[in-house]
Design a protein around this ligand. Sequence first.
Ligand code: AMP
Length: 217
Amino acid sequence: MNALIFGAPGSGKGTYGPRLQEKLGVDLVAMGDIFRAIQKDGSHLGEKIRGYMQAGLLVPDEIVIEVLKNCLFQIPPGRGFILDGFPRNIAQAQALDKIVKIDVVLQLIVNERIIIERLSTRRICRECGDVYNIRSLKPKTEGVCDRCGGQLYQRQDDNPQVIKIRLNLYERQTSPLVRYYKLKKVPFVVHRTESIEVPPDEVVSYFIAELKKLHLA
Ligand code: AMP
């Protein structure tokens, strides 16, 4: 099964993606995580990417598509994957269509008030990328990842000014992809969140049950 996990920044893609990956036994390709890892290697490409990410802007398509191709080609044939953070515009979706077939879109709909609250209180593990929230999804020990013991940090782009830019970009460039995939008749599984406190396992179980109905899990 090849799935997209799709939603605005802060809709929970980074929380549900790894949990779904584990349960479904597929690969997870999270573009934002890949770019954060590239930045750590100190390369020229890493520096270039950092500028876009810090400003909340999209990394240029030619870079993103090249990085994505390298990741997808490493997945063993038939294993399947969940793609998080790609595509983010129509040109990227068209490039993806030339590489693989997408079987389903897992869409997260969360209202903007919750998104802003979630992003400004979000914490990420430096080591494994696990996502926490100092209000709604606290680690057992403050500042420490439950899963691997890594240090938690706040992303530089999770500040109010950059959050605004990212949400705006999502509305203008990424949300039209819903129509794009609907026109292509790709099945959607939609989850709506009305509260910041929804337990992640509840959402994951919902997606798995719906994927079973579609014979994709
Ligand atoms: P994320 O972790 O998905 O919120 O992504 C963080 C940042 O990485 C975004 O704000 C962009 O700067 C960059 N990024 C991630 N995925 C893409 C993509 N598909 N196209 C362009 N930029 C991306």
